[in-house]
Design a protein around this ligand. Structure first.
Ligand SMILES: *Cc1c(COP(=O)(O)O)cnc(C)c1O
Length: 422
């Protein structure tokens, strides 16, 4: 958990201009963090991080990341458009989609994105969508399936995941694309989510490098870049440790020197498409306590709900809750901190030890900078919070306004009701 970048007085002042609830992101934190990521992997001849747009799809954030030399990992048409609007185009876009409609492939190709195929049948599908010509560069997403011995027990159950190609299909896919005139090739895999064990990423790299060598031998294709996906976790809970990227980079570099260099594949670019570790720890959801009720448990009701931040309700995710201005008081109360959805899982915290909360207290929900606002929804007629950006000079700007009732009704035509007989 990172320190919230505003003092209590600054936050109270801010809520006078921007009523709660809102998200706020720390530009300096995001920039420093991106520099750390890049620095760790600067021991490779070529490195690129493609920020997973789905984690925080805001063009102001993407512009900041663009200026830090970051690319964008997209999986839908709106994400492609967001990247383009943020000056991220060409090979700085990785289009890692699945179950993709033809028109999205067409837009990706028009923007010059690297197309990362999720299945072997997508080769003819893509070729057809592009009018009979394959792109110059193609990447395939590998699903390692039930790993043989020597694989890693911590790599969940890829055989149950809908993504990617089998090993045999990978080899076949490269052969087909080579015959179709594709000139440059990448290899992608992503088999983790929110993983904190650094060795996991080293093991993943090993599996990927092994396949790179097999592809060279069996398909006669030299892989020019590997994309190790996302899945780098962040320490949501107290006591958890952030992934040591220097350690990860150094150990992947060792494998690179042992496996990739002797095969004559140096320089091969190492890529990631992380979202969570880039912006997650540098975003906070600020909400106000507006009710408390004392029944079988003690409840604090907030003006935000799970429509703003779905992770705790959806998968019991832990997010640290800070009561602004009460950081030094004893945590001698136990609360369920709730939103207003008619769903009992709408709780930001369950049986959490916190200082005594009074109506009007500002609650800061930590580590909400990735998969936060972007996972929000409108169920129950809830309107999602807006987004603020704390600039490096200390100023605050609104980078997305809160939703309005008009937004919620935008897809309805009430005038049609006039002549409508029920
Ligand atoms: C979600 C996703 C990511 C980003 O994951 P994070 O946990 O945010 O780093 C990257 N690549 C793909 C294909 C994804 O689905």
């Amino acid at each position: 958990m990172n320190t919230f970048p505003l003092t209590h007085d600054q936050l109270v002042e801010l809520t006078k201009k921007y009523p709660t609830p809102f998200y706020i992101y720390d530009e300096k934190g995001i920039r420093d963090n991106m520099k750390y990521f890049k620095g760790a992997f600067s021991i490779f001849p070529k490195f690129r991080e493609y920020f997973a747009v789905k984690a925080l799809p805001n063009p102001y954030i993407l512009k900041i990341l663009e200026s830090e030399d970051c690319g964008a990992d997209c999986s839908s048409l709106p994400e492609l458009i967001l990247s383009e609007k943020s000056s991220i185009t060409g090979h700085r876009i990785m289009f890692t989609s699945n179950d993709t409609p033809a028109h999205e492939f067409q837009t990706a190709e028009k923007l010059g994105a690297i197309i990362n195929l999720d299945d072997i049948t997508h080769i003819p599908f893509l070729k057809d969508a592009l009018g009979g010509k394959m792109p110059d560069t193609i990447c395939f997403r590998y699903n390692p399936g039930p790993l043989k011995e020597g694989g890693n027990a911590i790599i969940g159950k890829p055989e149950e995941a809908k993504y990617g190609l089998t090993r045999e299909q990978m080899i076949e896919g490269y052969k087909i694309c080579k015959a179709e005139g594709v000139k440059h090739f990448g290899l992608h895999t992503m088999v983790a989510s929110n993983e904190l064990n650094p060795d996991f990423f080293v093991d993943t790299a090993k599996i990927v490098f092994e396949l790179v060598l097999e592809v060279q031998k069996e398909a006669g294709v030299n892989i020019e870049f590997v994309d190790l996906g996302g899945g780098v976790g962040i320490p949501y809970r107290p006591g958890q440790k952030k992934v040591d990227l220097d350690y990860v980079a150094k150990n992947i570099r060792k494998l690179y020197d042992e496996m990739i260099v002797p095969a004559g594949l140096d320089p091969m670019e190492i890529c990631f498409e992380c979202g969570r570790p880039i912006t997650g720890p540098y975003g906070w959801l600020v909400t106000k306590a507006i009710h408390q009720k004392h029944i079988y448990r003690e409840y604090i009701g907030c003006d935000a709900s799970m429509a703003d931040l779905m992770r705790p309700g959806m998968y019991g995710a832990y997010h640290e809750v800070q009561v602004s201005g009460k950081e030094n008081l004893p945590k001698d109360h136990v609360y369920d901190v709730t939103g207003s959805l008619c769903e009992n899982c709408d709780k930001f915290a369950v049986q959490r030890e916190l200082p005594k909360i009074d109506d009007g207290d500002l609650l800061i929900i930590h580590d909400a900078g990735a998969h936060g606002r972007s996972m929000g929804f409108n169920y129950n007629g809830k309107l999602r919070a807006g987004e603020l950006l704390l600039r490096t000079d200390g100023s605050v700007m609104q980078i997305r306004r809160p939703e309005t009732i008009d937004d919620y009704f935008a897809t309805l035509d009430f005038s049609g009701l006039d002549g409508f007989k029920a």
